[in-house]
Design a binder for this molecule. Structure first.
Ligand SMILES: Nc1ncnc2c1ncn2[C@@H]1O[C@H](COP(=O)(O)OP(=O)(O)OP(=O)(O)O)[C@@H](O)[C@H]1O
Ligand SMILES: [Mg+2]
Length: 262
């Protein structure tokens, strides 16, 4: 069965919908059970990190590895649950006017320490424009994932440039000078668990869930995400967000009133 832009199955087959709903519920239950122990790992490693001057450099390094692994597991679970919910059509977007330029600058600023640790120059240029209707938390998640990818797949000495501009829509562009993606794989990277040959060859880890989440959330916002890349030269991902909510654009009731995302 094909997939709509927002990650939900095409067609209205009732059995399929029930199965999708069951899957989403199952994922939520498993995730709920795992969140507790993962939260313990993260919070206790954070507590230990506060005492890092009492550890040898090697032990402090081990601690960082455990904490990062806990954070990765936490994100993996939240991505799986969100994708399941989007597929089941049960995601609630908390829609409000969002200053996209400011949000972009905040996401870029927050990513700077990670970029610096990897020897990458991260710059941003957040333009002005009217707010876009969106779920602030989910928009921030999309920006974090795109900027995180740009850092992850760009080597020491490289650069990442984040630009937000508004014309007839908001366009947030995340351009890097990293390893790139072969043209034949550009559409594939939005599929679940897909990892491009360039990332695999470079031995860079990842679950392959970030871009599917970004694509599905962009679709729920009535927007889209575009990719362009030259292997060895860099990649450019552009998140496009409309200035009117998906409901207003087609004359339907405004989902900003608090309804379910469709
Ligand atoms: N900026 C980029 N430069 C090069 N390759 C990229 C870039 N962004 C994404 N990719 C490729 O697309 C794949 C899918 O990206 P995605 O964000 O979905 O997964 P991931 O980063 O591998 O893992 P995670 O689930 O932790 O995000 C990556 O594994 C990588 O091969
Ligand atoms: Mg990613």
């Amino acid at each position: 069965m094909g997939e709509r832009d927002d990650g939900r199955p095409a067609g209205g087959d009732r059995g399929q919908q029930e199965l999708t709903g069951f899957k989403a519920g199952f994922l939520e239950t498993v995730s709920h059970a795992l969140r507790g122990p993962i939260g313990v790992i993260i919070s206790y490693t954070e507590l230990l990190a506060d005492e890092r001057d009492q550890f040898s450099p090697e032990a402090a390094g081990f601690l960082d590895v455990v904490r990062r692994a806990g954070e990765q597991l936490d994100r993996l679970l939240s991505d799986l649950v969100l994708l399941g919910q989007i597929e089941a059509g049960s995601v609630r977007l908390d829609l409000a006017p969002v200053p996209v330029g400011e949000l972009t600058a905040a996401a870029a600023r927050a990513a700077r320490p990670a970029a610096e640790r990897s020897g990458i120059t991260l710059t941003w240029d957040a333009g002005t424009g009217p707010p876009a209707p969106g779920d602030r938390g989910q928009l921030r998640r999309m920006l974090d994932y795109l900027i995180g990818n740009a850092i992850q797949f760009t080597g020491n000495g490289g650069s990442v440039q984040v630009t937000a501009r508004c014309d007839s829509e908001w366009q947030v562009e995340v351009a890097d000078s990293g390893i790139g993606i072969p043209a034949a794989e550009l559409a594939e990277v939005f599929g679940r668990f897909y990892r491009a040959s360039t990332a695999r060859a470079a031995g860079l880890p990842g679950a392959g869930l970030g871009l599917p989440v970004v694509k599905a959330l962009a679709g729920l916002h009535g927007g889209r995400v575009e990719a362009a890349s030259t292997p060895g030269d860099g990649s450019r991902f552009t998140l496009c967000l409309p200035l009117v909510s998906a409901g207003q654009a087609d004359g339907a009731p405004d989902p900003a009133a608090g309804g379910r995302a469709r």
